[in-house]
Design a protein around this ligand. Structure first.
Ligand code: DGL
Length: 273
């Protein structure tokens, strides 16, 4: 059986990490749309059109047993359209607003995400449904996904910028202090240790990746579909830019994504941004 994991870059590897622990024996196909990165800067309509075009190619070629859209910015926009077009189970990731509302002792928590995710109606709907008792602070970080991508590729990052990006998450009022920050972008878990060091006070950092992996397992168990045959034996990575940068290769290899797929990469490269 195969599971396709999709993100705008290498951030979805934080979900692959959890999926590996839960979805034993699956073949993983990791797709990073690095030619479209960062998604947080895109307008909704062109981003939706781009991702649908990428999936035309990917679904046609891989026909996976399940797809995890390991990107909040994409999930909060594209899941209804994908589910309408394909019968394959699509599992998305959204900011962990419900668990944060359940766990926050002060009732003050922050959602740290891309500017696009914090603006989405689906994020507002989650707050409306699960967190009306809390004071929810939405923080759209303009530079954090890029910083995380640089960090993962082994490049030095400026901690002053990182500190500035997380500063608006920390709120103090008569009610108390922010006690939870929910990581609403799959790139951010890779920076969590750095963010912890720069935080003005200790908070819980919530990452929904494990819950997403468990949901994917549940969906695969529910769907009685016969596992599809796959041409590949190793886990593979496909990056839409086709760039062969050493640092990126090192990251993908270190996540056990040793296979590449040149033919599909070339097709994805034809989809202009
Ligand atoms: N990893 C992505 C997310 O979860 C988005 C980063 C970006 O492309 O801006 O939202």
């Amino acid at each position: 059986m195969s599971v396709l994991i999709f993100d705008s870059g290498v951030g979805g590897l934080s979900v692959l990490r959890e999926a590996r622990a839960v979805l034993i024996g699956q073949q993983f196909i990791y797709v990073g749309d690095d030619a479209g990165f960062p998604y947080g800067d895109w307008q909704e309509a062109p981003l939706l059109a781009r991702i649908m075009s990428l999936f035309d190619v990917l679904m046609n070629h891989y026909n996976p047993d399940a797809v995890i859209v390991a990107c909040n910015t994409a999930s909060t926009l594209i899941l209804p359209a994908l589910r309408e077009r394909y019968t394959t189970p699509f599992i998305g990731i959204v900011p962990a607003i419900k668990p944060a509302a359940e766990r926050s002792a002060s009732g003050l928590f922050s959602v740290l995400a891309t500017p696009a995710t914090v603006k989405r109606q689906s994020t507002k709907d989650l707050i409306e449904e699960f967190a009306t008792d809390c004071s929810v602070n939405l923080v759209g970080a303009t530079r954090l996904a890029r910083l995380a991508e640089e960090y993962m590729l082994g490049r030095a990052i400026d901690s002053a910028i990182l500190k500035d990006e997380i500063a608006p998450c920390f709120v103090e009022s008569a009610q108390g202090k922010t006690d939870i920050i929910t990581l609403g972008c799959t790139h951010y878990p890779f920076l969590v240790n750095e963010m912890r060091k720069l935080a003005p006070w200790p908070v819980d950092w919530l990452d929904p990746a494990e819950a997403v992996a468990r949901r994917a397992l549940h969906q695969l168990q529910q769907s009685n579909a016969t596992p599809k045959a796959s041409d590949h034996t190793s886990d593979i990575a496909v990056m839409s830019s086709g760039q062969q940068e050493k640092a990126r290769k090192r990251v993908l290899d270190s996540f056990g994504l040793v296979g590449r797929d040149k033919a599909i990469t070339e097709k994805l490269m034809l989809i202009n941004r």
